[in-house]
Design a binder for this molecule. Structure first.
Ligand SMILES: *Cc1c(COP(=O)(O)O)cnc(C)c1O
Length: 380
């Protein structure tokens, strides 16, 4: 259904009316196993870790909105990331951008490094050159990155990765498929924490992997079943339901994030603002090339110390202090203490994640109410 425009696709992707009843939504198939006519003779399902119709509908939908042929769904974004990393062998290497989701960094450094998989970190594509060797199997980027919203040129990374027989993995959680489709620029694998924009209501944790590479998909499908980090039928249903309103929500998230970024730029108590829609940023040309919009996240550095930061946060009424992002409600968090606390302080500051860096996930509430709340926050 890739010829359809996004809003149509989002509503219809992955599902047809139920052949048995005509139900317009995919039923929640709460079953772990399936009766077989005789041993080995099935209707295509044998056990729900391997396949479940509700999960399959979600997998199809995620793939379609990401313009990919194949999709697999997981119990969390980390479940998706772990499953993908299980495709590597001892001795393999990854080149990753250093501005990374804390949990991804943690699993690289605390889990897969013990299994003999080495990750080399870079800040720019130019730094990657000397790090490639015959063991480099993956180049891993998040764009926009978390929490500094750096933008990496997907096409340029794909070209360099392919020159070295490595694949490009793009964690597309922040942009969502509505604002960016990395496969269009040469990415081999697109990852999502569907917990964020795709689910969109802060009520379900999930992950997804999309690809156009059939061989890679078979390997991932095998690993999905072997490792078993699959979502429940109910979680699959919730995520699928979220997809239907993804375009509408993303437009509202962006309207608010844009207004918030503009407000923060004029605010004396703000030292610096990070936002993909900032036309004076060094990333602007790449943003225009590969993104259809700016997303819903804004980060900023507060002018002052921890004390001022706490006063600001205490004054807020609508913004809730919480980890995560991409839900309908506006959230605010302090990466150094919350999402990125697992990165040692020294390493964190080298990456620009200072103690008074704040990340906002703009929800879909009324713009004026949000700006008023932020103004109230700065009254200290
Ligand atoms: C949240 C997040 C993850 C991890 O996903 P979970 O669903 O929390 O396991 C991975 N990458 C990015 C960019 C994220 O924001």
């Amino acid at each position: 259904m890739t010829f359809l425009k996004f809003r149509t696709l989002a509503v219809h992707a992955g599902s047809e009316p139920d052949p048995l009843t005509g139900a317009v939504n995919v039923p929640i198939y709460m079953t772990s196993t399936y009766a077989q006519e005789s041993p080995g003779v099935t209707k295509g399902y044998e056990y729900s870790r391997t396949d479940n119709p509700t999960r399959q509908a979600l997998e199809k939908a995620v793939a379609e909105i990401e313009h990919c042929k194949y999709g697999t769904a997981y119990s969390s974004g980390m479940g998706a990331i772990t499953t993908l990393l299980l495709s590597l062998r001892k001795g393999d290497e990854i080149i990753s951008t250093s501005d990374l989701y804390g949990g991804t960094y943690r699993i690289f450094e605390k889990v897969f490094s013990n299994l003999g998989i080495k990750v080399n970190y870079i800040n720019t594509l130019e730094e990657a050159g000397i790090l490639f060797n015959k063991n480099t199997k993956m180049v891993w980027i998040e764009t926009p990155s978390n929490p500094l919203l750096k933008i990496y040129d997907i096409q340029a990374f794909a070209d360099v990765a392919h020159d070295h027989d490595a694949m490009l993995v793009v964690d597309n959680t922040f942009a969502s498929p509505y604002f960016q489709n990395p496969v269009k620029y040469g990415a081999d694998v697109v990852l999502h924490s569907t917990t964020k924009y795709i689910g969109g209501h802060s009520d379900v944790v999930g992950g997804a992997i999309c690809t156009n590479n059939e061989e890679l998909h078979s390997r991932i499908k095998f690993l999905q079943n072997a490792a078993g980090a699959v979502p429940s039928p109910f979680d699959s249903f919730l995520t699928l339901r979220g997809i239907k309103t993804l375009p509408l929500r993303m437009e509202a998230h962006m309207e608010n994030s844009l207004a918030i970024a503009n407000f923060l730029l004029t605010c004396k108590k703000v030292k610096r603002v990070y936002y993909p829609g900032d036309s004076s940023s060094p990333y602007w040309d790449i943003v225009k090339k590969q993104m259809y919009g700016y997303g819903g996240i804004v980060s900023f550095v507060l002018n002052g110390g921890i004390e001022e930061l706490n006063k600001f946060l205490k004054n807020l009424k609508i913004f809730k202090i919480a980890e995560s992002l991409g839900g309908v409600e506006s959230l605010i968090e302090v990466p150094s203490i919350m999402t990125h606390a697992s990165i040692p302080k020294e390493e964190r500051e080298k990456r620009g994640i200072y103690d008074t860096l704040v990340r906002i996930s703009a929800g879909i509430e009324d713009t004026e109410d949000l700006l008023e709340d932020l103004s109230r926050g700065f009254e200290f």
